[in-house]
Ligand binder design. Structure first.
Ligand SMILES: [Zn+2]
Length: 479
């Protein structure tokens, strides 16, 4: 826990919050016990009724809040509808009634209803967590559906949280599902996270990862953290049984270039599915106090070679600025902390960082470029995206030389420029050279390089193909 340091008041506040958490947990437990013990007189008793699903559903406030049947011998036994629904859990000697009971009294927050959050929420709902909270500020999009299996086409354009919560309720109406329709930010995270026993980080960006970890340390919550990108994934349980927090392992964020995102690098749909399932499993283990959670170890998954490795990771660091005993990081500090500046990357997947490397004279807009095409101006259009991007879609008559190969393949560009010059009626004038990429960042770097190498007419097409689709050709496929 981050202590208050010299600030006695913030320590006092943290102590009170911890006490409130403890009280909240006791209230939930007593409520569920009370409701369990107050038998419903009108309810039909007997195995057949339960087997037929008569007692199934309708109760909220946690699986433990279902009503018990009169005449059941054991005061500690689960309500009949729970026995039937979770019978395969109860048959497991290592899980059994006690595991199910603990799970049904626990509350778990899933941050992110995307590729990781989909299987996490689905399984936690199906398995009978008492309270399932889901946080996400985004809407469902068509390009989510290949991996975000909790959503359906009918929900495109609607809130992800609503979509996910509706699916969870359809699977298990006996649990409580809480919808948090916003992005988790430093100014609201403490208030939301405080209400839950366990947190699952199912987000996909670096600043949010730091923020959730710091928040969990301040509120003393175990954090089930997962990540999936491309064909690889990883997971671990932070801040639990002496395991480190995220900052213990990564006190400083990696350079911006090292941070990849699904929207840039791609991800095979089933990879976050695998990691999300494992996150759900770890969350259930922590909630029910069963087995050995993945604390102090990290699981690494390589889909291409079908290999799973588990590596030991260091314990919590005595030098950690957040979780070390002498930490002075308070809840107030947390609320003011600028995670985007700290990591140099945005919290939202939507806002790609846009560079501005060139003077205005070295750039033209998509609309201006369209005008030049219409006028028939002789030019070369160089597309500097990777070859596999170029295969997805490209503008007609563009030459593909990926940025990473540009320097060594300049002769190819020279040839193309010469051919254009020869084909044009206009004498000795160098043809124009325009450079495009997906979003208009790599194209600027390319223009810088080209101008250094003597291609003085090189100009960047602002905003790349994304702007082309937005401003010129709405039918141009976005990806
Ligand atoms: Zn730490």
């Amino acid at each position: 826990m981050g202590g208050g340091g010299g600030d006695g008041r913030s320590k006092e506040l943290e102590r009170l919050w911890a006490e409130r958490d403890e009280l909240d947990a006791r209230i939930r437990l007593l409520e569920s016990e009370l409701e369990t013990s107050s038998a419903a007189p009108a309810s039909p008793a007997g195995e057949d009724a339960a087997a037929a699903g008569v007692g199934d559903g309708g109760c909220v406030g946690g699986g433990g809040a279902c009503q018990a049947r009169p005449g059941l011998a054991h005061a500690d036994s689960l309500p009949a509808d729970m026995i039937y629904r979770y019978s395969r859990h109860l048959l497991l000697p290592d899980f059994g009634v006690e595991g199910q009971r603990k799970l049904s009294r626990s509350s778990i927050l899933v941050v992110g209803a995307g590729g990781l959050g989909s299987p996490v929420a689905l399984y936690l709902a199906a398995c009978g967590v008492g309270v399932l909270g889901i946080v996400d500020g985004d809407d469902v999009e068509l390009n989510n559906l290949h991996r975000q299996i909790i959503h359906q086409e009918a929900y495109i354009g609607r809130s992800k949280v609503k979509s996910a919560a509706d699916t969870c309720r359809a699977i298990n109406s006996s649990i409580k599902v809480v919808e948090h329709h916003h992005t988790l930010k430093p100014n609201n995270a403490l208030e939301v996270v405080r209400k839950y026993d366990i947190v699952v980080d199912a987000t996909d960006n670096l600043p949010t990862r730091y923020m959730i970890s710091d928040c969990c340390v301040l509120l003393n919550k175990p954090l089930i953290s997962g990540a999936a990108l491309g064909l690889e994934g990883q997971l671990t349980v932070y801040h639990h049984n002496g395991s480190p927090c995220y900052r213990c392992l990564f006190p400083n964020p990696p350079p911006v270039a090292a941070c990849q995102r699904c929207s840039d690098s791609g991800v095979l749909g089933v990879v976050p599915g695998v990691i999300g399932c494992l996150q759900a499993l770890e969350a259930i283990k922590v909630a029910s106090d069963v087995g050995e959670p993945l604390s102090g170890r990290m699981l690494l998954f390589d889909a291409l070679s079908a290999r799973i490795r588990i590596v030991k990771i260091r314990g919590s660091s005595p030098a950690c600025t957040i979780c070390a005993e002498n930490s002075v990081f308070t809840q107030e500090d947390f609320q003011k902390f600028d995670y985007e500046t700290f990591t140099q990357s945005p919290m939202s997947d939507k806002t790609a960082p846009s560079l501005k490397l060139l003077p205005e004279s070295a750039r033209i807009t998509c609309t201006e470029y369209k005008g030049l095409i219409d006028k028939g101006e002789p030019h070369v259009l160089l597309d500097v995206r990777p070859a596999h991007h170029f295969q997805i879609v490209s503008l007609s008559r563009s030459l593909n030389i990926p940025l990473s190969d540009l320097e060594e393949k300049l002769p190819m560009l020279e040839t193309s420029m010469k051919e254009t010059l020869d084909a044009s009626a206009a004498s000795d004038k160098q043809p124009s050279l325009y450079v495009v990429c997906r979003r208009g960042n790599d194209s600027q770097s390319a223009v810088q390089l080209l101008r250094e190498k003597g291609f003085h007419s090189a100009k960047d097409i602002v905003g790349g193909l994304q702007s082309w689709a937005h401003d010129v050709d709405p039918d141009f496929p976005a990806y």
